[in-house]
Design a protein around this ligand. Sequence first.
Ligand SMILES: C[S@@+](CC[C@H](N)C(=O)[O-])C[C@H]1O[C@@H](n2cnc3c(N)ncnc32)[C@H](O)[C@@H]1O
Length: 236
Amino acid sequence: MDQKSARFEEQYRIGQKLVDQLGTAGTESTTFELLGREWDLVPGTYAPGVGAGAEFYTTVIPYPSGGRFLEIGCGAGVTAVWAATHGCAQVTATDITDTAVESTLRNVKRHGVEGRVEVLRSDLFAELNPHDRFDTVFWNCSVIEAPRNFEFAQDYEWAIFDRGYTALGRYLAEVHDWLLPGGRALVTFNTLGDGDRIAQLAAEAGVSLRLLDSASRRLTDEDITYKLFEIVPNES
Ligand SMILES: C[S@@+](CC[C@H](N)C(=O)[O-])C[C@H]1O[C@@H](n2cnc3c(N)ncnc32)[C@H](O)[C@@H]1O
């Protein structure tokens, strides 16, 4: 998107408001409730409360029963823990921020799935074992485009903003390299983001987005429609 356009400015303003409302202030670790369970939260980690995407996506992802699940951008670790307690044999969870990795490690322990969940700090796939492959790869991505020179001041800002949608573009282009035969690549998007831009990024990556599920929720004072997509390679 033209980063000077009025639409860009409006989406960026909403992103900054969400950062202010959903970021974890203070220095004390805390807990939150979601999906009928209690979760640990290390200060700096984005807290996925009621109405946030995690609540919807976590319950509708087609988890690979008895298979290997990779979650990119695990945040507090809700989806990764859920996957491990809902049929996945092995889960790998990554996030680019230290606080998300630490929150996920605590929640893996709290929910007793240490043996089945590996947690890594990684920029997308960078720190994975290059030979690892998965039945399902999922990213509840950061949907608001930030200027390319945006400086992240807090870890939880990574849960809202993507500089020039460069991380999303790389994810769409690289995700199929990490799948086992017959595996599925998933991504989320929502109406706070720029739908035209994700369509353009998909086209550039040679993939199509097939809608699997969607739901509308209210988060703070925004009405948001959350969408879960399967990423399908275009026929060459
Ligand atoms: C919308 S949040 C989702 C967090 C969590 N999965 C949830 O549903 O609540 C996006 C997550 O992706 C992480 N992230 C952003 N850019 C990333 C990157 N390049 N590599 C890995 N994780 C990234 C953020 O730190 C954040 O935790």
